[in-house]
Design a protein around this ligand. Structure first.
Ligand code: GDR
Length: 327
């Protein structure tokens, strides 16, 4: 039975990945931070077979202990401070967790494996935020990185550290440059879920409007359930490498709003949307669109959920969640 350790197991991707690996017969261990993490109950309800190990990406000795307990064949490093807007106000913490945390885990694996490069395969959750200021359209593995947020800078550090451990120690360390990926499990601070939840509540009469920032930013949005499959495929390759994972389509926030509101029968949605400068970012990433040809060719990966279906899936899930709140 293969064994996997997932950091960030209580997040959206950790949850989808844990179910995918369990369905493939893996024994799955999830690293969970803190003494009484409220998300523990969520992962226990979602996938009771996941074995929880306590540890923190900032505490390397806890990572070594987690590796000793899990004895993993594969480590998926999904743990991070992942909200870009938050990273300006918490730049050092973001750099430590999202950046240095990667080094802590890579080094823990190297020590645990006693330099046996074949012992543990490693996946690093890199991000399209690393592309930042537009250098090339669409963005691919070789596109110049120009991050535009402390979060993006920290991800660049983790990305290059992963490559460095591969090149220095021959580790099977792969980096997935994932473009935005969403689902009903997405946290409500991210724009897609913020909108799907608001649209559901507005259509049920529970609120009247939603405050948003830049509606013109364009993102390449896919379905998280598809994207975790790409992570697993990367670790099944003979050689480790870096892969862009994306749909190859880009849409402005405005279009997400349009589809979401139309799905509940509201076409004049502008009156429900308030643009609030507090949600604008000090530096914006204007346009992301990924070229995932390498992942499609080498991994045989392909996304299965269209943009429209994704939006509607998220609105429907929030309608189900919010209906009990209607008096
Ligand atoms: P992003 O996701 O920063 O791309 O990073 P997010 O959903 O937060 O923002 C997407 C775009 O929407 C614009 N926007 C708003 N965003 C938020 N959160 N709230 C608003 O009210 C709002 N109004 C407009 C943003 O300015 C931005 O342009 C996500 C995260 O999951 C990262 O961890 C991951 O690495 C990347 O995707 C790939």
């Amino acid at each position: 039975m293969p064994r996997a350790l997932i950091t960030g197991v209580t997040g959206q991707d950790g949850m989808y990945l844990s179910r995918l690996l369990l369905s493939k017969g893996y024994e799955v261990f999830g690293l969970v931070r803190g003494q009484n993490n409220p998300k523990l109950d969520v992962i226990r309800a979602w996938a009771p077979e996941v074995r929880v190990v306590t540890g923190d990406l900032l505490d390397q000795s806890s990572l070594l202990r987690a590796l000793d307990v899990a004895r993993p064949d594969e480590v998926y490093n999904l743990g991070a401070i992942s909200f870009v807007a938050y990273s300006w106000d918490n730049a050092q913490l973001t750099s430590q967790v999202t950046g240095l945390g990667v080094l802590n885990m890579l080094e823990a694996i190297r020590l645990y494996a006693h330099d046996d490069a074949s012992k543990v395969r490693f996946y690093q959750a890199s991000s399209s935020e690393m592309f930042g200021r537009v250098q090339e359209v669409p963005q691919r593995e070789t596109t110049l990185l120009w991050p535009r947020s402390p979060y993006g800078v920290a991800k660049v550090y983790g990305h290059y550290m992963t490559i460095n451990y591969r090149e220095s120690y021959g580790m099977h360390a792969s980096s997935g440059i994932l473009f935005n990926h969403e689902s009903p499990l997405r946290g409500p601070e991210f724009v897609t879920r913020k909108i799907s939840r608001a649209v559901a509540r507005i259509s049920l009469g529970l609120q009247d409007r939603v405050s948003l920032g830049n509606l013109d930013a364009k993102r390449d949005w896919g379905f998280a359930g598809d994207y975790v499959d790409a992570m697993w495929r990367m670790l099944q390759q003979d050689e480790a490498s870096d892969y862009v994972v994306s749909t190859g389509e880009t849409h402005p926030v405005r279009e997400y709003l349009d589809i979401a509101f139309n799905h509940v029968g509201i076409s004049d949605w502008e009156k429900h949307v308030h643009q609030d400068p507090q949600f604008l970012r000090p530096a914006e990433v204007d346009l992301l669109i990924g070229d995932s040809a390498k992942a499609r060719e080498q991994l045989g990966w392909t996304p299965s959920v269209s943009f429209k279906h994704l939006v509607e899936m998220m609105v429907d899930a929030d309608l189900d969640r919010e209906k009990p709140n209607v008096k």
